[in-house]
Ligand binder design. Sequence first.
Ligand SMILES: [Zn+2]
Length: 92
Amino acid sequence: MTAQQEPSFDCGGDLPVDCAQVAVYVQSFIDGEHVSISIEALEVHLDRCAPCGLEADDFRRLKVALARRKSERSMVDLLRCCCQSILETGKL
Ligand SMILES: [Zn+2]
């Protein structure tokens, strides 16, 4: 038997926080909100635990996508505002 290696999903062993805690706090952590566990411990975990790291990446991507959508929205608002101004006053 050569089953010396643990499966990679068993990542909680030597990490300061376990996956369950990371699952609870990862979204707040990425949003920059206060979390009641150590940020360093969370970062170490995300760095070394593939499943949690991927989940964090998903949250980051989602956050970027939402931020992009928001800025597109404000461009539309700006254009709408300019158009309204032109319609109302005949100039910008
Ligand atoms: Zn994990």
